[in-house]
Design a protein around this ligand. Structure first.
Ligand code: HEC
Ligand code: HEC
Ligand code: HEC
Ligand code: HEC
Ligand code: HEC
Length: 364
């Protein structure tokens, strides 16, 4: 609420300043701006009301949906703000700056929360063109360097991708041979890598599942956006700018039902897939813990909850030389799949094959 009040006061302030400026201009000279550039002759209030007025239903709905989003509610920002090497994905101005200069990381900004201005150019032309997306074409992934194109989902993929990590031969999980690197692996946002099949390792076992060569969910018209911003016409608090993709809601998302999925089937099949993958990942995790390869101690939250993003490769294995690279790959694959958190949906046949073959390799 406080945020909203501050906003309103700032808004009035700006309108007053712009109003006074145009008044001064109209008193002292002939060609003063009566509003932002490009809106000749239009009253400033009318210009602003396109987005800030009580009748701006569409934009207001987006503000309301965004209030529910983890981009708005999440707390990681509080920890990582100010750090340029994290700001490309954890701050709004950092993301915007990096996008503008065509780099992965910002060079000078990392201070605001992920806000509308992160993804849109806001207050440039003062009309709907300000909602154009900052990332409008495909790009090379940080890890593996493969070029991907997820359409509108490029905006999402730019942040929800693995960070780089370096493997040695033979594998060790130390950083440059010195200290222990406790975060060895793909970091937390791995979805773009899993969706586009760039990162996880294809482990082959006799009698195992074949790896598919394509993912039907990687070629949706809007990529990530088709699902996560798909709307449920009956419930404006779902999809859109909440970015939430609730399995219970899948059968109502307009972009899933129709061409590809039958409404009844989609209400059940993802549930079955998610249960199967979820159950298997529990066995996979247990086996890695029993072998002493996975550290889950940081995943247990103070309130007793469990945050899967807090699972890591066991740092005390750092000094060990992993002469068998497949063992390292089996752990890294688990980290990709667990942190992906779609339990199969992002890339059904591929995730299934990775899980099944990983388990088989582990003798499970
Ligand atoms: C095309 C839509 C659009 C128009 C037109 C528009 N705004 Fe905004 N404005 C936004 C959005 C979206 C935000 C939220 C930005 C964010 O949170 O990243 C915003 C935020 C603001 C803020 C809060 C501070 C900030 O910059 O985040 C103020 C003040 C403001 N606008 C004033 C104005 C004034 C004054 C006008 C008219 C001259 C205007 N806006 C016209 C979309 C618009
Ligand atoms: C500027 C980087 C950035 C962009 C762009 C971005 N995200 Fe995120 N996203 C994040 C971060 C960081 C979090 C975690 C925030 C937190 O918990 O504090 C997150 C959280 C999420 C979550 C919630 C995860 C959970 O734990 O519940 C979803 C879903 C999501 N993003 C989907 C998307 C989609 C879809 C898009 C594209 C339309 C997108 N994101 C664009 C950085 C980004
Ligand atoms: C390539 C983009 C990217 C970069 C760069 C990045 N992160 Fe993240 N990070 C993410 C995304 C996306 C999430 C949220 C993943 C999700 O919710 O699915 C996340 C999640 C996190 C989390 C939450 C983990 C948990 O256990 O809840 C922490 C902490 C974090 N990042 C720290 C950092 C730090 C520190 C840096 C800089 C050294 C950094 N990140 C750089 C994308 C990035
Ligand atoms: C994480 C990135 C992200 C953030 C943050 C974000 N948006 Fe968007 N926005 C998108 C994407 C992606 C689309 C395209 C959705 C589609 O085509 O279905 C979009 C579309 C829109 C549109 C429709 C534009 C059109 O041409 O139809 C409006 C309006 C809009 N956003 C407003 C906002 C407002 C207001 C905020 C802040 C409260 C905001 N957005 C924050 C990613 C974002
Ligand atoms: C085919 C539809 C679909 C596509 C395409 C898709 N997702 Fe998802 N996503 C889902 C579903 C379903 C879940 C699982 C949600 C759950 O179980 O709560 C999910 C989970 C997630 C999560 C974890 C959120 C949570 O609540 O645990 C993030 C983050 C995410 N997706 C981001 C993305 C990004 C980024 C892309 C594009 C690279 C993408 N998704 C593409 C359907 C999709």
């Amino acid at each position: 609420m406080k945020k909203f009040e501050t906003f309103i006061w700032k808004l009035f302030g700006l309108i007053a300043i712009l109003g006074i400026t145009s008044l001064i201009y109209s008193c002292t000279g002939p060609e003063g701006p009566s509003g932002p550039a490009g809106n000749d002759g239009k009253d400033v209030k009318t210009v602003c009301a396109v987005c800030h007025g009580a009748d701006a239903d569409d934009v207001n709905l987006k503000f309301n949906q965004y209030d529910l989003s983890k981009h708005n509610l999440g707390v990681i920002y509080e920890e990582e703000a100010g750090r340029l090497q994290c700001g490309g994905c954890h701050t709004g101005d950092g993301f915007a700056e990096a996008a503008t200069i065509g780099k992965d990381d910002p060079v000078s900004k990392a201070s605001s929360k992920i806000n509308c201005k992160a993804c849109h150019s806001i207050h440039k032309n003062f009309d709907s063109t300000d909602f154009a997306l900052r990332i409008s074409s495909g790009f090379a992934l940080r890890h593996t360097g493969a070029n991907i194109d997820q359409g509108k989902g490029n905006t999402c993929s730019k942040c929800h991708q693995a960070r780089t990590f370096t493997r040695t031969v033979p594998d060790t999980i130390t950083r440059s041979g010195t200290g222990t690197y406790s975060r060895f692996g793909p970091h937390y946002g791995v979805v773009a890598n899993v969706v586009t099949m760039n990162g996880p390792y294809q482990i082959n076992v006799t009698g195992g599942d074949a790896y598919p060569t394509s993912n039907p969910h990687a070629t949706l018209p809007g990529g990530c956006v088709s699902c996560h911003m798909g709307s449920d016409p009956a419930n404006p608090a779902q999809g859109g700018h909440t970015f939430k993709m609730l399995p219970a809601n899948l059968s109502k998302i307009a972009s899933c039902v129709g061409a590809c999925h039958d409404a009844n089937k989609i209400a059940n099949s993802p549930k079955a897939l998610q249960k199967e993958i979820g159950d298997k990942l529990v066995i996979y995790r247990r086996e890695l813990i029993d072998r002493g390869w996975l550290d889950t101690s940081q995943a247990v939250l103070p309130d007793g909850g469990y945050q899967i993003l807090g699972e890591y490769f066991r740092a005390d294995q750092a000094k060990k030389e992993w002469s068998n690279p497949t063992e390292v790959e089996v752990v890294l694959n688990y980290l990709y799949l667990a942190k992906d958190r779609s339990l199969g949906v992002h890339n059904p046949a591929y995730i299934k094959a990775l899980v099944n073959n990983g388990l088989k390799y582990l003798g499970k």
